[in-house]
Ligand binder design. Structure first.
Ligand SMILES: Nc1ncnc2c1ncn2[C@@H]1O[C@H](COP(=O)(O)OP(=O)(O)OP(=O)(O)O)[C@@H](O)[C@H]1O
Length: 649
């Protein structure tokens, strides 16, 4: 029989229970740890709440009374000529940005009428979060001391930059912009020929100053009626230097261009290859050069435009304010915007400087993200033959759509209508052998071309690429349906404004002085005709050909009826001057930048100081009967005859 002692001994714990049950010694530790964790979480929550509350209070305080002085600003130092204003100064000046004081709305933001101790001013308010406005703000400030010396330019008097917002202050131009005065309000003062001519001449002189009176030369980049402001006596001044750039001549490119020029024929159109442009804050301006005939040699820099920018940043700024923040800013901009908007390669090769060779550049996440799609597409394109790629991209989608439509029709009991025509793209990808399909496709293409020609001819290629563009951007509806005065922006993209941007610039070429010349040509036609460059007609088809001002002007030139362009409402018209102005405009609108005159030549022609201009060959009236001669001998005779007639007339 077992002893009592043995019976009372506890049985050994089950191994599983032993593992799961906490040892009775660890209980207090466990409780302490749990308590500490709970306390830490509570403390964190309270801290987060307090921080949030403090931030909210600070934000509210900022809105009611902005702090002064301004906090450390990452922007370049403001130019000495510009005054610094506080938010309260400008709020008071504009009666708390009262809607009744609103002068207009631009891509930058709204513009308000203000009164600074008796001086009337215009206050431009930067829309918060606007990248475009941010860039323009810097550009305007940087250029103010350079362009402000010219009395045909509206430069900022001062600025405000703080957590409450950014603002630029300008002299008030009492008669608003040419867009408003001429196209919207049709001011009677502008119905006098002499006033229109003087407006055109003022703008031409302002551009001449930018191109020849500044060193390095400045390209405005966005010449259009809403950027031409009229003061009390209708003198015109050019404004808005948000897209302006310095022209920097690239040494290496000059050498190459010189070499190239030796081998090029007289037809060469290569004048701008040696120059590149940089934004104002990428290059510190030099004092205005008194010599307005600065030769290209004077304009040369020791480093190329792109190289200069790169080096300046590596050295951590210098050059009068180019801080490393500028690079960060530009890089951010490139990452987020340029990849979307700019044609590939321009920034990488032109403005952003050379890439270090043999080293794979590590992309920032944002840049990588922006370029991912493009890379993937180009890799796919490389692997596949063009037709395969095309089929994959488009035909499959079209086929799917057609199949869906077929199924829908079947369900609805509708017979298949012209199946072959519907699926011409499938035939295309299957070998291009169906005669019928080919002809229908040709017809389609032909039709498309015809209707788009007039559009493409005058409007910038931006229109064709369908990028973000202005609301009015020179486009109007025929009749009197005009935008409400002062309310419509003509926001430019990063390549100028639709209808005013030179075709080579909108299409991805470099920005040069000749781009301004082209835009001036469009502006001149607008001033003479008193209408927008693109006027969408609602009425008869005869209006259709007049819709695009530039191509209509070209047509009229070929038909020898240029005077049809002149605004019927103009009084005291001087027909000779009007004809001369239209001819100058057409010279500026030549497709080849090299053939366009310089702004100096334009001023000379408009003032009557130089030879009256001749119509460019591309716009000369067609010879009677055209050039469709059957016999080459007869054709030669007729052409010779036409040439003689042209010279004598
Ligand atoms: N200094 C000024 N004096 C009087 N009115 C002005 C002045 N500056 C601008 N405005 C008015 O404000 C409007 C908007 O100007 P802003 O330069 O911001 O935009 P925009 O040129 O019309 O368009 P975007 O900025 O897209 O080029 C102008 O059309 C003009 O009517």
């Amino acid at each position: 029989m077992p002893s009592r002692h043995l019976l009372q001994q506890p049985s050994p714990p089950h191994p599983r229970h032993h593992r799961l049950r906490p040892h009775h010694h660890s209980w207090p530790l466990f409780l302490i740890a749990a308590g500490a964790a709970a306390a830490a979480t509570a403390a964190l929550l309270i801290l987060a709440f307090l921080l949030h509350r403090r931030r909210r209070l600070r934000r509210l305080k900022n809105h009611s009374d902005p702090p002064q002085p301004l906090p450390a600003d990452p922007d370049p130092d403001p130019p000495s000529t510009c005054r610094t204003f506080t938010y309260s100064d400008l709020r008071r000046a504009t009666s708390c940005f009262s809607p009744s004081n609103k002068l207009g709305q631009g891509g930058f933001g709204p513009v308000y009428l203000g009164n600074l101790t008796g001086k009337p001013v215009a206050v431009k308010l930067l829309d918060p979060g606007s990248l475009q406005g941010e860039r323009e703000f810097r550009n305007e400030l940087w250029l103010a001391p350079v362009v402000g010396v010219c009395d045909r330019v509206v430069a900022p008097l001062g600025f405000c930059s703080g957590p409450s917002g950014r603002m630029l202050v300008y002299d008030l131009m009492r008669n608003g912009s040419v867009q408003e005065a001429l196209l919207d309000k049709r001011r009677p003062e502008l119905m006098v020929w002499g006033v229109r001519l003087s407006v055109a001449l003022d703008v031409a002189r302002a551009l001449e100053f930018l191109h020849f009176g500044c060193n390095p030369p400045i390209v405005h980049g966005d010449v259009k009626p809403s950027n031409v402001l009229l003061d009390a006596d209708f003198s015109a001044k050019i404004a808005d230097f948000g897209l302006a750039r310095f022209v920097v001549v690239d040494d290496d490119a000059v050498m190459n261009a010189e070499d190239d020029n030796r081998s090029l024929t007289a037809e060469s159109e290569c004048t701008t290859t040696a120059a590149t442009t940089v934004t104002a804050f990428e290059q510190s301006p030099e004092p205005v050069d008194g010599d307005s005939n600065a030769s290209p040699a004077v304009k040369k820099r020791s480093a190329s435009g792109g190289d200069w920018w790169w080096r300046q940043d590596r050295n951590g700024g210098g050059g009068g304010g180019g801080s490393s923040n500028v690079k960060d800013y530009v890089m951010q901009w490139i990452g987020s915007e340029v990849n979307k908007e700019r044609p590939r390669g321009q920034w990488a090769e032109g403005d952003a400087g050379p890439k270090p060779e043999g080293k794979k550049i590590k992309k920032r996440p944002m840049e990588w993200w922006a370029s991912l799609d493009e890379e993937r597409r180009s890799a796919r394109r490389k692997k596949k033959k063009p037709r395969e790629w095309w089929r994959e991209e488009f035909c499959e989608e079209l086929t799917n759509k057609a199949n869906k439509k077929k199924q829908k029709n079947k369900k609805a009991g509708v017979g298949e209508a012209e199946p072959k025509k519907q699926q011409w793209w499938q035939n295309q990808s299957d070998g291009d052998d169906a005669e019928e399909v080919n002809s229908s496709r040709k017809k389609l293409r032909k039709g498309r071309q015809r209707s788009s020609d007039w559009w493409a001819e005058g409007a910038s290629s931006e229109l064709r690429t369908g990028r973000r563009n202005s609301q009015d951007s020179g486009v109007g509806v025929s009749g009197d349906t005009v935008p409400k005065s002062g309310g419509v922006s003509s926001t430019p993209s990063m390549r100028g404004t639709v209808c005013y941007a030179a075709p080579e610039y909108g299409g991805g070429g470099p920005l040069s002085e000749k781009c301004d010349v082209y835009s001036f040509g469009v502006l001149l036609l607008v001033i003479i005709s008193g209408r927008r460059p693109l006027q969408v007609a609602c009425s008869p088809m005869s209006e259709f050909e007049r819709a695009n001002l530039v191509s209509w002007a070209r047509q009229l030139a070929r038909a020898g009826k240029l005077m049809d362009l002149v605004d019927q409402n103009i009084c005291n018209l001087d027909s000779d001057q009007a004809l001369m102005c239209i001819t100058v405009a057409l010279l500026c609108l030549q497709r080849s930048p090299a053939r366009r005159p310089s702004m100096k030549e334009v001023v000379g022609m408009l003032c009557g100081e130089t030879e009256p201009p001749h119509l460019p060959v591309e716009f000369s009236p067609s010879p009677p009967g055209g050039f469709m001669f059957k016999s080459p001998k007869k054709a030669r005779q007729n052409i010779e005859g036409f040439k003689i007639r042209q010279v004598t007339t």
